[in-house]
Design a protein around this ligand. Structure first.
Ligand code: ZN
Ligand code: ZN
Length: 133
């Protein structure tokens, strides 16, 4: 599936082809801290299918639980999270669904790292719905 990503300030734009069947939400503690959100949604694109159209992401390299370095690409101006990838040579970009124009069409198929999921995320659908603030 072709997707179009843009950071919040529009300095960075990309297009990519992702596999919708592999869209996930991740409840790992690193995703919680790095995104500032209770969990994060991603879909993978092969490196050859990820094309930067504008701008250059800032990269923070974290050490994964496996001990491997993982590059976290984000906009250095507005902070929008864009991807994670193997470092230094990316074979796959796990693209952050929230920065894609097509985000509503990419429902996650699995939840991973559920051992660190915040208990209250299980109850989000039970909250009262308010259309705006
Ligand atoms: Zn930006
Ligand atoms: Zn994660």
């Amino acid at each position: 599936m072709k997707v179009h990503g843009t950071c919040h300030c529009s300095a960075i734009a990309y297009e990519a082809v992702v596999d919708p069947a592999r869209a996930v939400v991740c409840h790992c503690a690193d995703c919680q801290v790095l995104s500032g959100a209770p969990f994060r949604a991603s879909a993978p694109a092969k490196a050859e299918d990820f094309k930067l159209l504008r701008g250059v992401p800032t990269v923070y390299v974290k050490t994964a639980e496996s001990g491997n370095p993982r590059a976290q690409g984000f906009c250095g101006a507005c902070g929008s999270a864009l991807y994670s990838a193997d470092a230094p040579d990316a074979k796959v970009y796990n693209l952050r669904i929230g920065a894609m124009a097509e985000r509503d069409a990419l429902p996650p198929r699995r939840a991973i790292w559920c051992g660190s999921a915040l208990d209250w995320t299980r109850d989000l659908l039970d909250l009262p719905d308010i259309q705006k603030q």
